[in-house]
Design a protein around this ligand. Sequence first.
Ligand code: HEM
Ligand code: HEM
Length: 180
Amino acid sequence: MKTNGYSRTAVILHWILAVSIFFLFISSWWMLGLPLPTKEIQFRAFPFQLHKNIGMTLIFVVPLLLYVRFKHRPAPVPSSHMKPWMHKLATIDHIIVYVLILVTCISGYLSSAHTKWDTTLWWLVDLPRVAAANDDMNELFSDIHLWAAWGLLAVVAVHISGAIYHAFLNDGIVRRMMRW
Ligand code: HEM
Ligand code: HEM
């Protein structure tokens, strides 16, 4: 069964987003376990910079994906494939995913902006220093970052459960995000 899905660009951006977010989750818990930097031990800096670089890049990827999917709207899923309540759940889940990605990224940036560590985007562009080092503000945005990330994990879990359900039904929904 064939359903017209997303444009190729939207599919590529979706998978860049998905792989990046999996990487950010897995790498973040690993990077936080590394020893704090001293004169001899500096290897904590690289995974932190990588985490921040990938996260900051998503701030551009998300609006780009939204732009592309609204410019080339995918054909609606036929009602024979998805009950109205499922369609509603999927739409709400997608909106929350978009919002939580942005909240996670912005709170991560603001948490990091309140430390003494600067961020050089992809080791090329120095991000402007928007705040002075401040432990309380760092902790506040760090808490928001953590909770937004947990929330994101929850809505992504619902999203992937939906995808697995449709994969078992083999109703063509998953292929909407797989075509090349
Ligand atoms: C961290 C991981 C993921 C994130 C953040 C994510 C995010 C999103 C978002 C935001 C949309 C909505 C696109 C739109 O219409 O604006 C979407 C759609 C979709 N995603 Fe994912 N996704 C992830 C993982 C996956 C995985 C593992 C699959 C499994 C096959 C998948 C399958 C799909 C499908 C099939 C759609 C289209 C649903 C439809 O036609 O309504 N996603 N995803
Ligand atoms: C969707 C994007 C992102 C996800 C899913 C994500 C996820 C996470 C997670 C799960 C942690 C561990 C939190 C903890 O255990 O305290 C973490 C820590 C961290 N993240 Fe992100 N992150 C994202 C984007 C960013 C961005 C854009 C930045 C900064 C530019 C950033 C900076 C940090 C920093 C500095 C930490 C260390 C702990 C802290 O001070 O909050 N993250 N991230």
